[in-house]
Design a protein around this ligand. Structure first.
Ligand code: FES
Ligand code: FES
Length: 177
């Protein structure tokens, strides 16, 4: 298979990758050592491979790397680039919302996209936003509580709405794939 070049911005850094036309974005990112992008079901069901593409939560196992040309991608590695945790990460820790952590990157990125457009979400909106992220450990109460707490922390810090480009919920984003 003939390789092709793609240019993407990942976590704020311009990157250029040589990929095969059939490579999944999930494969490209993990090959480039973005190991926070988890390989789960590979069928678009579990959300473990979630990244934000132009601010929208996307299952990277359902997107070709070639489709990422020219986009801005955020992985969990880019959420706290200076070592200072995002309020969502802090809230997950404070609320005991992390056990094995396999689902956590995807959940945090989904939550981040939600809070960018919905700084004061209802519990139902948080649940909808996390609906595409399966957790085999905690159930969902604690992650939902954590996202609501992070929303409050963001509002108090004046951070809401400044973090990603999209406020679309997970359900909305998934329907477009
Ligand atoms: S690995 Fe992509 S949705 Fe499960
Ligand atoms: S914390 Fe283990 S799958 Fe969610």
């Amino acid at each position: 298979m003939v390789d092709m070049l793609i240019m993407v911005t990942i976590n704020g850094e311009a990157k250029r990758f040589s990929i095969a036309p059939g490579d999944l974005l999930l494969d490209v990112l993990r090959r480039e050592a973005y190991f926070g992008v988890k390989r789960g079901c590979e069928t678009g069901e579990c959300g473990a491979c979630t990244v934000l593409v132009n601010g929208k939560p996307i299952n990277s196992c359902l997107m070709f790397g070639a489709q990422a040309e020219g986009t801005e991608i955020l992985t969990i590695e880019g959420v706290a680039p200076d070592g200072k945790l995002d309020p969502i990460q802090t809230a997950f820790l404070d609320h005991g919302a992390v056990q094995c952590g396999f689902c956590t990157p995807g959940m945090i990125l989904s939550a981040r996209a939600l809070l960018a457009g919905r700084p004061d979400p209802t519990e139902a909106e948080v649940r909808e936003a996390l609906a595409g992220n399966f957790c085999r450990c905690t159930g969902y109460l604690k992650p939902v509580e954590a996202v609501l707490a992070a929303a409050q922390a963001n509002r108090e810090a004046g951070l809401s709405g400044a973090r990603t480009k999209s406020g679309r919920s997970r359900g909305q984003a998934r329907k477009r794939q």
